[in-house]
Design a protein around this ligand. Structure first.
Ligand code: NAP
Length: 348
């Protein structure tokens, strides 16, 4: 940036003073520091920056909506928010305008409407939006943790002029507490109009995540659901099964056990609605549960199968000893669980 000031060279000032005693002292460029009103370059940069900013309406301003909104706001985008509950204080803290009434929200003509409600409520919430009050071409994006369901929902509910971008940031407030760098961001450009403006709007939205260093992964919604049943749904299921055992921190816990405790905390911090949505709206989830059941039964069979021969010998070859103690791999096991084990073996 430029500012004007008198030439600081004393010899120049001396000569200048004698030759032009009655003229005003000349000014020279001395430093680049602050933008001046006639600085066209900085104005052009400002205009460019303003053009790259989006007006984003976050619909579903709960835990996750607010988490995303904080980063959108930090990047200078204009934020609007709408939710079932009154989150106006949280919105104000982020610098977002909160609208209780979806009509008021839509009349603000956001560039992007981002659906961040629970999976279970997404269809109902979408139905409450007066789509006719939005601009004829608006970009609808979602961050639901399943993808085929919102894809089909948005395709069937939105007018053909609306663009559709299905996304899943594969991280949350817990896993991304140190930033988003390197974390996967899955997206599927389901329907983006061909005009330059619509392509650019979609790209500017994706750039938000690129700027934070996310690993951008473009894949179809179907492929996403197949892969996340095998990974995310499995993780949440194991975390919730472990939670049912009520594991406690112990002073001699191994690192592996600490990892289990963290898994319980991470998965149970998310709402049950979220987990339920992963099950209800991903057709691959049922199969995963069946396979998990099967795997557990197989593992038990393997464990008890190893005892089978030893116990059969005791049961049928030395029956007089079998009601007392069962030596297993060098240890003496109390006979209190022997009855149920015997039953199990007889069944197997
Ligand atoms: P969530 O329990 O899945 O969703 C909570 C949001 O849904 C809140 O905005 C809540 O509104 C709204 N909601 C719930 N039931 C509703 C109903 N009957 N009618 C209207 N609105 C309802 O928890 P979340 O963690 O905030 O997740 C939001 C979305 O982001 C979900 O689709 C989830 O799959 C996705 N996501 C979450 C994570 C994560 O780590 N948490 C990561 C990636 C994607 P009010 O608060 O106004 O009541």
């Amino acid at each position: 940036m430029m500012s004007l000031c008198p030439n600081p060279n004393p010899s120049f000032l001396h000569l200048h003073h004698h030759r032009h005693r009655h003229r005003r002292r000349p000014f020279f460029v001395r430093s680049l520091d602050a933008a001046q009103s006639f600085d066209f370059e900085s104005r052009a940069v400002d205009r460019l920056n303003a053009k790259s900013k989006l007006k984003i309406a976050v619909v579903g301003f709960g835990n996750y909506g607010q988490f995303l909104a904080r980063t959108f706001a930090a990047q200078g985008h204009t934020l609007l928010a709408h939710s079932r509950s009154d989150h106006s204080a949280a919105a104000a803290a982020i610098g977002a305008s909160f609208f209780r009434d979806p009509h008021d929200l839509c009349e603000q003509h956001p560039d992007v409407v981002l659906l961040s409600t629970s999976i279970l409520s997404a269809a109902d919430v979408l139905n409450t939006l007066p789509l006719g009050r939005l601009r004829r071409s608006t970009l609808f994006a979602d961050v639901l943790s399943v993808k085929e369901f919102p894809r089909n929902l948005l395709l069937s509910a939105l007018p053909p002029d609306f663009d559709i971008l299905c996304t899943h940031p594969m991280f949350g407030p817990e896993s991304a507490r140190h930033g988003w760098a390197g974390l996967p961001f899955v997206f599927d450009k389901v329907r983006i109009g061909e005009s330059e403006e619509r392509i650019s709007r979609c790209n500017r939205f994706l750039e938000i995540f690129e700027k934070e260093g996310c690993r951008m992964v473009e894949m179809s919604c179907a492929e996403h659901d197949h892969k996340t049943a095998e990974s995310q749904f499995l993780t949440h299921t194991i975390g919730r099964i472990l939670a049912k055992l009520g594991p406690e921190d112990v002073d001699i816990g191994t690192k592996g056990y600490q990892t289990l405790l963290e898994l319980v905390q991470n998965t149970c911090n998310d709402s049950f609605d979220l987990y339920n949505g992963l099950f209800m709206y991903n057709k691959n989830a049922t199969e995963l549960l069946d396979r998990l059941d099967f795997a557990f039964t197989e593992l038990k069979k393997e464990l008890f199968g190893n005892l089978h021969d030893i116990l059969r010998k005791q049961l049928f070859e030395n029956p007089e000893e079998s009601n007392e103690l069962i030596p297993v791999t060098g240890q003496v096991q109390p006979c209190c669980w022997y009855g149920s084990l015997k039953n199990f073996i007889l069944k197997v």
